[in-house]
Design a protein around this ligand. Structure first.
Ligand SMILES: O=C(O)c1ccccc1NCC(=O)[C@H](O)[C@H](O)COP(=O)(O)O
Length: 162
């Protein structure tokens, strides 16, 4: 961690952790931000000495505005695709039309993004940021420098056309 350049944010991602685990991680690792990707309630997310973001998985009946209001103390809301039994990294997209325009400045858009669809996503949703995992991998768990570069190029391109 000490070799990281300035302005890089280290994020610890949890799915329904025990509080003791979060405490142990933030004590032992230089973590800047917590990402909660399970069913953690707002009070739980806010219970540690770190800023946090909350992932909401876009289950068909999810009331996005109500949920986002509940987690308003966080630094942002990550919207991800919903697949039963899979907490994240599904590679699935969801219907971006479900994202209320007024939430866009707080939204980190995730779910099935890749170099072919991210420009369209940025233009349509206008999120604060995008998040990608599988779409920049050569095979599961192995990130591709070329795919990451192409992905970033597409995001920059779409940003310039805002
Ligand atoms: O990426 C994972 O394998 C993962 C596993 C369990 C919980 C969360 C996980 N990922 C969290 C992320 O923020 C992913 O980047 C996000 O789900 C998007 O993934 P993808 O659809 O593969 O781009």
């Amino acid at each position: 961690m000490s070799e990281l350049p300035p302005f890089v944010t280290t994020t610890a991602l949890f799915v329904d952790p025990e509080p003791a685990l979060v405490e142990r991680v933030i004590t032992q690792v230089q973590v800047d931000l917590l990402q909660f990707h399970g069913n953690e309630p707002p009070d739980f997310c806010a219970g540690f000495a770190r800023p946090w973001i909350k992932a909401l998985r876009m289950k068909p009946d999810l009331d996005v505005i109500k949920q986002a209001e509940g987690y308003k103390a966080g630094r942002g809301i990550l919207l991800d695709a919903y697949r039963p039994g899979v907490p994240g990294g599904t590679g699935d997209t969801f219907d971006w039309e479900r994202i209320p325009l007024e939430l866009a400045p707080r939204i980190i858009l995730a779910g099935g993004l890749n170099q072919d669809n991210v420009a369209d996503a940025v233009r349509r949703v206008r999120p604060f940021a995008v998040d990608v995992s599988g779409g920049v991998e050569d095979r599961p768990g192995v990130k591709s420098g070329n795919k990451i570069a192409a992905f970033i190029d597409q995001v920059k391109c779409a940003d310039q056309r805002r």
